[in-house]
Design a protein around this ligand. Sequence first.
Ligand code: ATP
Length: 246
Amino acid sequence: MIEIKDLHAYYGPIEALHGVNLTIGEGITALIGSNGAGKTTLLKSISGIIRRTGSIIFKGENGEEELIHKKPGYMAKRFIIHVPEGRHIFPGLTVEQNLETGTVNWHGFFGNKPYTAELEEVFELFPKLRERRKQLGWSLSGGEQQMLAIGRALMARPKVLMLDEPSMGLAPIVVSELFKKIVEINERMGVPVLLVEQNAKMAMRISKYTYVLDGGRIRMEGASNILREDPRVIETYLGRFATTKR
Ligand code: ATP
């Protein structure tokens, strides 16, 4: 779906990514790495929120398109949807209103096209959101807020979904529930996912392919089931002394 080549990203004069090559295929692609490795920066640069150079080729039904010079709004119009770290739902809007905001890339701010099919699909995936549809965002639990953030992204009909640390701050039982939903989004709903996670073990369990980022560079990559047996990965990201373990 997306082929990234020689991607550099910048915070002002500081270069934070130094030539990243990465492919987002049809399955779940995991991106792991320790704190400050550049994972969030990579998602932000794909979304166009921060300055970037290199190449981002989007492969859609109508052929290939270079997106590197496009603005964030255009990336969303190409249905590349980013669920940021920390969820960022609207606390003063109801669950349903939050979900409605996800439709602006195809529905428009003042549009009145129906979105009941999308809403029904999100409620089917996350029945808790249906129960709480009239409840205000701030009153939801952490896990429910994460579901809402993902549900809002699904309302946008993503062609590619990018999730930044969905498990952050959630209890282990909620995390495993959430990861099952991510698999369902990919397998049943057919949405390719780029999953950024500190929880490397879980991310490698559900993904097809994994990239390991460190210091703004991809240091290792491979099929997840093979990479998770690699002693260097075990020692640094999965082992007893792994810095990324939570
Ligand atoms: P974490 O798991 O802690 O979220 P990460 O892998 O997502 O880490 P990034 O947040 O992408 O890492 O940070 C990568 C590098 O970019 C770090 O060195 C960080 O200090 C730097 N950085 C991040 N945001 C900014 C910013 N707004 N201005 C300047 N430097 C930044």
